[in-house]
Design a protein around this ligand. Structure first.
Ligand SMILES: [Zn+2]
Length: 93
């Protein structure tokens, strides 16, 4: 945790982290996309996270990343980045 960092944006880092895959898939609405990019502009950590996720997706590209369910991708994402427990899947189909 870092004290003194500028916060107070509408989107928190946690939310941004969860939106990264949607962002890269172009699944965000224009409004969320703007919010996402605005956060990235002021948050180095989330920028790094985005780059790492992009690199991971590229690495998975040869496996056909399009065929990977979002839930699985997020889990891989969490494992790859060592960012802790993935969010609990909602709904559960
Ligand atoms: Zn952030």
């Amino acid at each position: 945790m870092r004290a003194g960092s500028r916060s107070g944006r509408s989107a928190g880092c946690r939310e941004i982290t969860e939106l990264v895959t949607d962002y890269l898939e172009g699944a965000l609405s224009a409004e969320r996309r703007r919010c996402f990019e605005a956060h990235l502009a002021g948050c180095a950590e989330c920028s790094v996270h985005l780059e790492q996720t992009q690199a991971m997706i590229r690495a998975l590209g040869c496996l056909g990343a399009d065929g990977i369910p979002d839930r699985v991708l997020r889990r891989l994402c969490g494992a790859f980045l060592g960012s802790g427990t993935p969010p609990v899947a909602e709904g559960g189909q």
